[in-house]
Write a protein that binds this ligand. Structure first.
Ligand SMILES: [Zn+2]
Ligand SMILES: [Zn+2]
Ligand SMILES: [Zn+2]
Length: 147
């Protein structure tokens, strides 16, 4: 298991701030999100922990993180459950307030948050209730396009 820890972050206080019950696994999982700086699928997580963690435990933790505004689901071409960290300014334990698109890379299958790409006006049009809106670009990421 990769034991690289994030020295600048107090993962324990991030969890308690969000009202997420703290376990050894959850602490390591949040640390993984911060240190890898990538979107993660359930498979990525299982692999990272060398399959030493029960799949159900992984799902439960992800749902708890999502419900508490720590991570959000991002689109994935393979229809996997894939998550990225939320930004502190956008999301709280009460609600997610995303206003950004996503980019999916065909080559590495990584999903990136496009913080600079905002939703169009229709989202806040009077009388319209938008339940779901997708703003997704697909192609090759910086790393993959180079090669
Ligand atoms: Zn969020
Ligand atoms: Zn890529
Ligand atoms: Zn995102």
């Amino acid at each position: 298991m990769n034991s690289k820890t994030h020295n600048h972050l107090d993962i324990g206080s991030i969890l308690s701030e969000k009202g997420i019950s703290r376990t050894n696994f959850r602490t390591k999982l949040v640390n993984y999100f911060y240190s890898s700086n990538k979107s993660l699928s359930v498979d990525d997580i299982l692999k990272y922990f060398n399959n030493s963690i029960n799949k159900v435990t992984v799902y439960r933790s992800l749902v708890s993180f999502e419900n508490n505004g720590l991570i959000h689901k991002v689109p994935d071409t393979n229809n996997l459950m894939r998550y990225s960290l939320c930004r502190k300014e956008e999301c709280s334990p009460i609600s997610h307030n995303h206003n950004h698109g996503h980019f999916i890379c065909y080559s590495c299958n990584q999903t990136f948050c496009l913080e600079g790409v905002k939703y169009p006006e229709i989202i806040s049009m009077k009388g319209f209730y938008v339940k779901e809106f997708k703003l997704t670009a697909e192609g090759y990421c910086k790393e993959c396009y180079k090669n």
